[in-house]
Write a protein that binds this ligand. Sequence first.
Ligand code: CTP
Length: 414
Amino acid sequence: MGLGPYCLGGNLLGGLAMLAGKRILLIIGGGIAAYKALELIRLIQKAGGSVVPVLTRAGAEFVTPLSVGALAGSKVYQDLFDLTDEAEMGHIQLSRAADLVVVAPATADLMAKMASGRADDLASTVLLATDKRVLVAPAMNVRMWDHPATRRNLGVLRGDGVLVVGPDEGEMACGEYGPGRMAEPAAIVAAIGAALGGGPLAGRHVVVTSGPTHEPIDPVRYIANRSSGAQGTAIAVALRDLGARVTFVTGPAAVPAPAGVAVVAVETAAEMAAAVAAALPADAAVMAAAVADWRVANASGQKLKKDGSGKAPALEFAENVDILAAVSKGAMRPRLVVGFAAETTDVVAHATAKRVRKGCDWIVANDVSPATGIMGGAENAAVLITDGGAEAWPRMGKDAVARKLAAKIAEALA
Ligand code: CTP
């Protein structure tokens, strides 16, 4: 592998020094997710960074200054008008001494303050005074996240150059379900690494295709396949976490598109081909989409109706453009092109032939026979086909496959 600390295996951050010597000013807002800030401090330190914590008044309702300070090994800053702090380190200096300011959890209230430039407590004052980049990890109730005011504030913050990680979708402490849960600490650390130009793929652009395509029969019906988009999504996340700029071209997938990547949502193979072409140039392309091989050539502009004769309509098919082959053989070919092969028989033989036929560098092949449970499932048993032969990977989670592949891509582009 040769990637040293970036050979992540099953552990996203195992022993790597991605944040070596980096100073993070961590603002802990007042939300139930504040408890995750403790784990975040630990992971930042594990990655070689140091943390100076600022705890808001509301944040201190969820975690104690004692636990934050003990973990961070630092004084915990809480009050704007604490004269001792002003003598030791004023809020201006506090905001400048860091390499990055991270707000986790970023509550709706803190985001609103940031968006309107208020400075009525230490956290908001530091955020207004800083000359460093700011990364926020929003965490709030799903309705608060979806509220037009929060969406507006988020737009303002993004426009101001604030980086955003998460939120995740899932069950929330308040019992509701949806987006609003703070990103996992490991994902925040990865975003910190990317923000600081860490990661072996920093400065690289990778195009990832994912999900199925839908080929219309008429305005209400379409032909699709069982791809969930899980593997492509995991690959986009893994590449992002290694610092890559990712353009994520996705068909109508069952899993939500990840944060922190440029999402281009498409429906048909033709739209996917156009979106991929528009995304080039890139350093690498990973074509994980299950593109429909055929579209309905005689798709109807109106809904097909039963005519009472009992005769079913005859569909005619036309072959779709092979996006992988087109990119591999095109003038804008990325340095590394990775395809996927979903096979049900003679996996290695078929995938090896496919690599040559399509002109890509690598093929990640897997056996999608129904008995394997891979298509639509959480695991994958992949074989990596390169010009050097076939390398069988043990069966593992799709996230682990993604991280292994991303590490290999980083190695190849180094
Ligand atoms: N692919 C593509 N465009 C298509 C079809 C497939 O880019 N129109 C890509 C997929 O994203 C994947 C790879 O090609 O990376 C393999 O797809 P697969 O459907 O397995 O290959 P086929 O060429 O259709 O081969 P077969 O008919 O043997 O299944």
